[in-house]
Design a protein around this ligand. Sequence first.
Ligand SMILES: C[S@@+](CC[C@H](N)C(=O)[O-])C[C@H]1O[C@@H](n2cnc3c(N)ncnc32)[C@H](O)[C@@H]1O
Length: 310
Amino acid sequence: MRVERNTEAGRALGLVAAALISILSLILIFAGWSATLFSVFAQAVPSAKATNYYELKPGADRDGIDKYYMGRQIAHVMGHQAADWLERPTREQEEHTEEMIGLLNLKPGEDVADIGAGTGYISWRMAKKVAPGKVYAVEIQQEMLDLLGANMKERGITNIVQTLGTITDPKLPTNAIDLIIMVDVYHEFDHPYEMTEAMVRSLKVGGRLVFVEFRKEDPHVPIKEVHKMSEAQVKKEMSIFPLAHAQTFTNLPWQHVIVFTKNPSLRTNMRTGADLGPGPTVRPAGSPTPARVKIGNTSANSIPANPQPK
Ligand SMILES: C[S@@+](CC[C@H](N)C(=O)[O-])C[C@H]1O[C@@H](n2cnc3c(N)ncnc32)[C@H](O)[C@@H]1O
């Protein structure tokens, strides 16, 4: 009798154990599916909203790529092979760079970022003004950063942080930067939506986002059309972000300087809305690695030299 009872108890225990294992397996399978679905969804949501802004069609201008953003054809990236053009001896006379930097009224101790820094022509001038603050010199072409590094060494500038970004992410710290400048750069962004979103996130509240672009309104500015931008177009593209237009300087020979400030209380279309904390940890699907960046229909280490004068 005792043997039979023990056998029955054993069977019952076995059944309970089997049921528990089945339930556990079901929970694990469900959790796995949920995680997969969540990660697919998480990747789909950010890119879905951003890609709505992009239109892929043959470019009307051969100096631009086959991609449009808010009605504007995006320009080809200027390859590092044309870096000499950035350091040309006539540049100060043509662009009044010192005057432009003076307009920014930079203060010692501020941390600033120079996106698309190229050879560092703008970076080192700002570095002198903000020391002991830092200049994050952001580039997607390692070759440009190499040239920039050599220039800084030659000048003894030590407060520049070389930063290799990607076409969607300048890799800047969050809520940490006083001013971000793009000199002759924004119109080349392959992903202007993602770049602006990331730049806004990295600005402190009240921090400034500065565009220095060749004036499209002026047919006498001797620069290729897709490498120019009108003030109206810049304002249109910034209108979906928590940015307030602060001022536009128009006194430089060829460029305008369009300044916005970060104002998180503005209603926006930004993915994180008014919440300007850390952004999504999931990068849009297919983000390139920094080493061999895909830019439009070309890649960074095969970009043709493309200086911009007409
Ligand atoms: C015309 S150059 C201007 C360089 C510099 N700002 C100057 O005025 O001397 C444009 C630079 O922007 C860089 N660039 C383009 N897209 C970028 C992005 N998404 N992030 C960082 N740099 C970018 C290019 O690699 C190129 O070196």
